[in-house]
Ligand binder design. Sequence first.
Ligand code: GRF
Length: 200
Amino acid sequence: MTNIAVMVSGGGTNLQALIDAQKAGKIPHGQIRLVIASNDRAYALQRAEKENIPSAVIRHKDYPVQEEFDQKIVDTLHEYQIDMVVLAGYLSILGPTMIRAYEDRIINIHPSLIPSFCGKGFYGLKVHEEALKRGVKVTGATVHLVNEIPDGGRILKQKAVEVKEGDTPETLQRRVMEQAEWILLPEACEELAERIAETE
Ligand code: GRF
């Protein structure tokens, strides 16, 4: 069984999609053992609590030195024997110490079809604002492996979503979440969990 940690910063709808998928037996090779939040206000923490999933809050402002922030995260992951990490709406920057400790075992969900609308500063509603500003007719979501380049790791899965006339950033974000993010992330999570389970 692959032990999974989910890292969150906000509402946790992607975490909820993972929890629901796990309960529906769609992540047979993995088990969510820990949620790490970048702040103590994230509603995602309440979602974890409702499912009796242990959680930890690790705030970058408590560890201004990147290396110490990374090390605190790695120590916490090791404490829970975590094998893989899912970034689900996580907004803090992870440095080389964390990325190397979980080389090719960290996946992230990004709300666009990378390489469009990604990289530094492209997160949350901003991604959809830029897509609407550019006038794209199709957008979507991407799950990729995490490396030192923001949104730069190997692409694992993508799903296209139609942009509709009159879309606002909010309506587009919702459609991308419902039709892409919440489908792709559990699938990618199970595929990595299975790969790890087979190598252990
Ligand atoms: C959403 O914009 C999602 O696209 C991105 O992070 C934001 C919050 O997601 N991955 P969540 O509801 O906290 O999972």
